[in-house]
Design a protein around this ligand. Structure first.
Ligand code: ZN
Length: 412
């Protein structure tokens, strides 16, 4: 069943190559609707959409608490078919199987909106909203075309339109959110997106911690001018200091164990070959398993900006925080329960730390949450050839099912 759901989701894509279902797009909405259709014939299962664009498929009317399984259905452009979708397909399969046995079981599937954060450079959008970790300022984030997150949310009918303050003329945003259900316990299945499991020859990876992720926006303001007639000493080129800083990023994580830093997006205005850039920006993110390591990398980044400034006279440099997700410890009880389930089913498992962010880390802020991985073939992810073995895809559904049954026994 997990495989069938996945094939159905794969077809919902804006492009032919790979899978393109950006967060907060009509394609993501179509995928949420396809997931909800699994229970369209059930009168008990309610389809609840919240103010962040998350979908909850809930067995019963009450606010809970529920035993919840979930993941996300958005992808990066030209991404793979399993990242996120596997967890939703496994959750749908497990919930369906449970309801065949226990019609009134308090179970639910959560499908978190815009986990990847591709368009606005934020990430874990829906699950952070659920955990109360979204601020009104975040709604002022702009995409590449200058469209605000607030505008997209209003367009999708999720939030009110931003308004302009009469006194200051500035845009005023407000984020209204009330979690529609209460989560008693949460578990998520995901593909590993790395090579630890294949290297160790194990089939399930039990995630004990997820590394923290901080994102910053480096920005510079210079002066637009002719690329031929402006002498070198008179230029205020916005791109040069930003490009220099990006080149030095790898030095900032030296000596930080498991620390990684990346600039995966940058832009330049006006972006014309014979015009000196007047504005440039780069998004920088860093990850590390502890908050102390994250603080150290952030300190080094700010120092880099402070020392670069004087070497670029006439160019305004700034570093602005976008999002910060703290390193997260997942529920030890849930990890032990999953470990037990693997042992009973004769499936080899191992504990590991995830360097990738996952919705489970947001949920962990408000409820006990667990996360487990199945192996990714060749460790590939965020690319069209991302894949896992058929029997491991099935195993994700079986493990989630056994876990939810065990939790229901405790909750009921
Ligand atoms: Zn994912």
């Amino acid at each position: 069943m997990v495989h069938q759901h996945l094939k159905k989701f794969k077809k919902i894509s804006a492009t032919k190559e790979g899978v393109t279902r950006l967060g907060l797009s009509e394609w993501e909405e179509k995928a949420h609707a396809a997931a909800a259709a699994v229970f369209s014939r059930s009168r008990r299962v309610k389809n609840i959409r919240d103010q962040a664009g998350n979908t909850f498929l809930v067995n019963g009317d009450g606010p809970g608490p529920y035993v919840v399984m979930g993941s996300h259905l958005d992808t990066v452009p030209n991404g793979g078919w399993l990242d996120g979708a596997l967890g939703v397909a496994a959750a749908l399969t497990a919930m369906k199987k449970i309801l065949q046995k226990q019609r009134k079981a308090p179970v639910a599937v959560a499908i978190w909106a815009d986990e990847e954060g591709y368009r606005f450079g934020n990430g874990l959008w829906g699950s952070r909203a659920f955990a109360g970790k979204v601020s009104a300022e975040e709604l002022l984030l702009e995409d590449r075309d200058g469209v605000l997150l607030a505008e997209v949310l209003a367009e999708r009918g999720l939030q009110k339109k931003p308004r302009r303050s009469r006194e200051t003329g500035e845009l005023v945003t407000k984020f209204t959110y009330k979690p529609p259900i209460e989560i008693a316990v949460y578990a998520e299945a995901h593909i590993e997106q790395g090579r630890q499991l294949i290297s160790a020859g194990k089939r399930i990876g039990l995630v004990t911690h997820v590394s923290g992720i901080r994102r910053w926006r480096l920005e510079s303001m210079g002066e637009l001018n002719h690329a031929g007639t402006t002498p070198m000493r008179e230029r205020r080129d916005a791109l040069v200091p930003i490009a220099g800083m990006v080149g030095r990023l790898p030095q900032l994580v030296r000596g930080v164990s498991s620390g990684v830093i990346t600039c995966g997006a940058m832009g330049v205005d006006p972006g014309v070959a014979n015009v000196i850039p007047s504005r440039a920006w780069a998004i920088v993110e860093h990850r590390a398993p502890t908050e102390r390591d994250q603080d150290e990398i952030a300190r080094r980044l700010k120092e880099l900006v402070a020392t670069t400034g004087p070497r670029a006279p006439g160019v305004g440099l700034d570093v602005l925080p976008i999002t910060s997700v703290r390193p997260t410890a997942l529920s030890e009880e849930i990890t032990q329960r999953l470990e037990e389930i693997c042992r009973e089913a004769d499936v080899e498992s191992m504990r590991l730390v995830s360097m990738g962010g996952h919705d489970a880390m947001s949920v962990a802020q408000v409820a006990p949450a667990g996360l487990f991985f199945i192996p990714s073939l060749r460790g590939f992810s965020h690319r069209p050839d991302e894949d896992s073995r058929r029997e491991d895809i099935k195993l994700a559904g079986d493990t989630l099912y056994r876990w939810a049954l065990a939790e229901l026994e405790r909750v009921l």
